[in-house]
Design a protein around this ligand. Sequence first.
Ligand code: SF4
Length: 274
Amino acid sequence: MLAWRQTRDPYAVLVSEVMLQQTQVGRVLPFYARWMLRWPTLADLGAASRSDVIREWAGLGYNRRALALHRLALEVIQRFDGVLPGDPATLRTLPGIGPYTAAAVASFAFGQRVAAADTNVARVVARCELGVAGPRAVPPATLRLTVSAMLPATGARDHNLALMDLGAMVCLARGPRCDHCPVARLCEWRRAGSPLAENAPAAVPVRFERSGRFARGRIVDALRAHSAMTEPELAELLPGPHAERLDAYLAALERDGLIERAGGAWSLPGAQPV
Ligand code: SF4
């Protein structure tokens, strides 16, 4: 069983949920294990330096999540004496916590009766209950109401986890395994003959190496390895058109608090000797 499924520790659940945002389970597993060894409590994380937190996140992507977790730890220590709140509305006031993550922590750690609908759950509910190919085929409000209406009076945590697993392992986005599905007899989409969305425009993939995220990640990776670097040194790391946009990338990273400038060079926050 996944490590974060075996605990009700709100901090551990929160760390796993933030890592799982936009990242697959298999990739998160070693990062989660290392993180929890290094900073087993929210207080430990709050005492860490920002540059150490950014370094520990190396390889997981979307570095802003690391800083948001760190800011969250400091804010919980200041506002709530280090105790994570259990209700989704308060959780949503904390850095990096959106509606899904708030609901997931409230449900998985605190056992609250709230629907935690990630993309897997949304797909299962769209198909099984609403009879459409996927969540984009129905208004978000309809989906939200349907997911909430399905919550049982007791055992909401297990219900959420079961729907999540069904979406991750059986009701796959491409090639649902309906013959092995425990709710196949109840599924409206299957009953309707599994109609596909009409004329859905094919998404045009953007090559990762051409994206700004790639360039910003490269800059942060370089600063993980070097205490400080000048702009010409950083520009050399970036292929062609990215080097011309170096100023914009540095400004965005500085705005996010991921890097800082001192004495004509850039570094991770607090990483340069003063
Ligand atoms: Fe998904 Fe098929 Fe199960 Fe319906 S029967 S919920 S489409 S796997």
